[in-house]
Write a protein that binds this ligand. Structure first.
Ligand SMILES: [Mn+2]
Length: 403
């Protein structure tokens, strides 16, 4: 992405809040083992406003006069030797921010800004973070506490940025399309090798090779290669099981290209499918097709959810898993997850609390039916751009068929 992209994003977010200063922190690196860190993944909002892909940086933005600073981390000689660092010049080229200052200079600057502004905006952890089964990045709360000591009030502007991020700009759509195209190539390669592959991880390796070999890209998230009943564990990603003949294999995979994720799912069969597999797959495929047709700008999210429930219940009736459309408990047993989510820098990108679909949004459509007692788990997922007149399926080049 060009620096102008990040500059425009900063201007847009500065205009969307009512005065004050915006102070966002990059993530901190996280321990993987002993003295080794996990591969670094930047906080999405910080990246959206700066393009900086390194830990421990800080963005300070005076929304009234447009003054902006990047604060670089302290890096000692040892870490410089082992990890390198991002120079001030490189940070300016990437972000378009001319003033790059040190941590020591940041404290008096923020005190000075606090005399002029009562409000500091920042991005807090999501309100539902307590439901996650993992620890949150410490820089988010460190930054918030630092601001609370300095400013009269600290306000979460996550929603303001999410609203901007929800409407994709041309270079963002291009990046998502490139990530989708690369992922589609991976699926076509893997499908051709399915009959000769022995283990789930062999299929994962084909995707990884495809992504790395064609531009040095990585997976946007841990890929799910789930055969037979593994597919009924929704986030299964061990990918270690033997692939058995006549069993289904569900693959949920997406590359990340230029900072943007793809998120595609297909379910194939190794060898010849059974009548039951064909029937359940056909029910999901037909629902997937019909649900995509619903997407149009102005569609209320609530209305969409109701239409999806009606269509998915019909799919479950067709394959004999549901007896009555009033039986919501059974319905949610066989279709336990959401039909759609936003897609962008985050694989599960926020739509900014929108109540209606708008042109420029990119959403997934991913109906599924999961029957653990039959060893069947089927999902089909495409990535869809909402346009002025309707939608564009960015992953339509990839066949949805079972074999
Ligand atoms: Mn998805």
């Amino acid at each position: 992405m060009q620096a102008t992209f990040f500059e425009q994003n900063r201007r847009a977010v500065a205009n969307s809040v009512r005065g004050g200063v915006i102070v966002l922190s990059a993530y901190r690196g996280q321990q993987s083992q002993n003295d080794m860190a996990h591969r670094f993944q930047q906080e999405a909002n910080f990246w959206y406003l700066t393009g900086i892909d390194h830990p421990d940086w800080l963005l300070i933005l005076d929304t009234v006069n447009g003054d902006e600073w990047l604060v670089g981390p302290r890096i000692d000689a040892v870490h410089e030797t082992f990890d390198g660092s991002l120079s001030a010049e490189q940070a300016t080229v990437t972000s378009g921010i001319k003033k790059v200052i040190s941590k020591d200079e940041a404290t008096p600057l923020l005190r000075k800004l606090a005399k002029k502004h009562t409000v500091a905006y920042t991005v807090d952890h999501p309100p539902y973070a307590s439901r996650f089964n993992f620890s949150m990045n410490p820089n988010i709360s460190h930054n918030k506490k630092m601001l609370e000591r300095t400013f009269e009030s600290v306000i979460d502007c996550q929603k303001d940025i999410a609203k901007l991020r929800a409407i994709k700009q041309t270079p963002e759509i291009l990046a998502i399309q490139n990530a989708v195209d690369l992922t589609v190539d991976g699926f076509n390669t893997v499908k051709a090798q399915l009959d000769s592959a022995k283990y789930e991880y062999e299929l994962e390796a084909e995707f990884s090779y495809m992504f790395k070999r064609n531009g040095g890209w990585n997976h946007a998230y841990d890929p799910i290669i789930a055969s037979a009943k593994n597919a009924c564990t929704l986030h299964y990603n061990a990918n270690t099981s033997l692939l058995r003949a006549k069993k289904l294999v569900l693959m949920d995979v997406g590359a990340r290209v230029d900072g943007y994720a793809a998120d595609i799912t297909r379910t194939y069969v190794k060898g010849a499918p059974s009548k039951r597999q064909i029937a359940v797959h056909a029910a999901v495929e037909a629902a997937h097709y019909d649900i995509i047709q619903l997407l149009t700008p102005g569609l209320f999210v609530e209305e969409y959810a109701n239409l999806v429930d009606r269509r998915m219940k019909q799919a479950l009736l067709e394959v004999g898993l549901l007896k009555s459309t009033d039986d919501d408990e059974t319905y949610r047993t066989y279709f336990p997850h959401a039909i759609s989510h936003g897609l962008g820098i985050d694989v599960h990108d926020s739509l900014g609390g929108a109540t209606q679909l708008q042109p420029g949004m990119v959403v997934t459509v991913e109906p599924g039916i999961y029957i653990p007692e039959e060893g069947i788990g089927i999902r089909i997922e495409d990535d869809i751009l909402i346009t002025d007149k309707g939608y564009k399926n960015l992953s339509s080049k990839l066949s949805t068929s079972l074999a």
